[in-house]
Design a protein around this ligand. Structure first.
Ligand code: FDA
Length: 395
């Protein structure tokens, strides 16, 4: 038992990451007395390293179908009530300069530090009390109050928000604490898995690792989902935005399809045979793809013969293969390299309006801890802001 009576608040928020900071600011500015707790020694550490230090803080194309969840409808309400434009307005109000990089992705011109400073300023406006460097030792619920013991202190409040994220990048202090706490209160957890993560190649495909550093624009597919962006070969397998995107949809044992010719018109090879009969498949590929990649693919599809000497049927088959190259990843690079965690606290037990647990009054879950995972490109922060806002309005 703590030596002193617990300090009391209207809400205790566990996790001073993107979602927790935003939720705390929202609730604090509504006059709620908020305690924001984190075991890390600084708030918003993932924000600081995000977007290569410039934080891809939202995406102007945010819409619910760019999120994975066992319940694809769950994110609609929160995303609809706190939009990318709402966050842009806040960023503008703080005089933070930004630019669109590509595909609707908005980044700070300066530094991700500006986003953390903005969130702390917003927390300050709401008189949020922030306690850092304190691991949470125990959480219990009695008489309508959540009791949290952290370090040698304790606090109590009628509302408790789980905002401790997922286990991606454990060396930054990420944990599966959210899931343990959710289970403690009877909430279900959808099996978590690394997402937005590089894929590893083995067996026959180990050969492709020698292409480490080679990047090219492709269409990558996992099941029915496809993304057109860059793919990058690494010393372990495949990465780059297109691969990170499909990794969230990929399941062990499934192939990943790569179209290496996204810009070539159908029948490209047979047309080339008429126009450049003396060229080889390998040399022709070199006009479309980085040299080392063209050589490796060419070798695998017997690309040294002159086009003129290759029957149309074989050229059609080669083109087909280049448009749907099937890689068979043997795994991912795991939580150590995963930008996010897919799965998490099941949305079944949560209100999509408020993020409150339906059967556990006063308990909320927000951000990455919840089974809502965005595409690469600012979508995950937008979910953190939107879900944090929804809970911050309700507590
Ligand atoms: P977040 O992980 O931000 O915060 C959780 C907090 O809880 C942390 O402060 C942690 O210390 C704390 N915590 C954990 N366990 C605890 C415990 N037991 N007790 C107390 N505190 C505990 N997204 C995007 O939209 N645009 C981008 O540019 C990027 N870039 C990016 C780069 C890299 C390298 C990574 C790893 C991730 C991204 N992301 C991203 C994803 C984005 O960072 C992520 O989705 C959000 O930070 C999730 O916000 P949360 O607040 O839910 O968790």
């Amino acid at each position: 038992m703590p030596a002193f009576a617990p300090s009391t608040y209207d809400a205790i928020i566990l996790g001073a990451g993107a979602a927790g900071l935003f939720c705390a600011a929202t609730a604090g500015q509504r006059g709620r007395r908020v305690l924001l707790l984190d075991h890390a020694d600084a708030p918003g550490k993932k924000i600081l390293i995000s977007g290569g230090g410039r934080c891809n803080f939202t995406n102007i194309h945010t819409q619910p179908d760019r999120y994975l969840s066992a319940n694809p409808h769950f994110a609609k309400s929160a995303l609809g009530r706190y939009s990318a434009q709402d966050f842009i307005d806040l960023v503008d109000a703080h005089g933070i300069a930004w630019h669109e990089k590509t595909l609707g992705q908005l980044f700070c011109d300066g530094s991700a530090r500006q986003i953390v400073a903005m969130l702390l300023d917003e927390c300050d406006k709401g008189a949020v009390e922030i306690a850092l460097g304190h691991p949470v030792r125990a959480v219990s619920h009695a008489d309508g109050q959540y009791h949290v013991t952290y370090g040698d202190r304790s606090a109590a409040a009628p509302a408790l928000v789980i905002a401790t994220g997922g286990p991606s990048i454990p060396k930054m202090g990420a944990t599966g604490f959210a899931y343990d706490l959710a289970r403690q209160f009877g909430l279900k957890v959808v099996e978590p898995r690394p997402a937005l993560v590089p894929l590893t190649l083995g067996g026959d495909e180990t050969l492709f690792r020698s292409l480490s550093g080679v990047a090219t624009e492709v269409i990558a597919r996992a099941g029915k989902t496809m993304f057109r962006e860059a793919a990058l070969f690494t010393h372990k397998g495949l990465s780059g935005p297109a691969i990170l995107q499909v990794s969230s949809y990929w399941r062990h044992g499934d192939p990943v399809g790569i179209d290496f010719l996204p810009d070539a018109p159908a029948g490209w090879l047979t047309a080339a045979k008429r126009n450049q009969p003396r060229a080889s498949l390998r040399s022709l590929l070199g006009t479309m793809l980085p040299d080392r990649l063209a050589a490796t693919l060419g070798e695998r599809i017997g690309g040294d013969a002159r086009l003129a000497d290759t029957p149309d049927k074989l050229l059609q088959a080669a083109e087909q293969r280049l448009r749907a190259w099937a890689f068979h990843p043997n795994g991912t690079e795991g939580y150590a390299k995963a930008e996010v965690t897919a799965g998490g606290i099941s949305t079944d037990g949560l209100s999509s309006q408020t993020m409150e647990a339906r059967k556990v009054p006063g308990l909320y879950a927000i951000g990455e801890a919840v089974d809502v995972t965005g595409w690469l490109g600012g979508y995950n922060f937008q979910w953190a802001w939107a879900s944090g806002h929804a809970a911050g309005q309700a507590i």
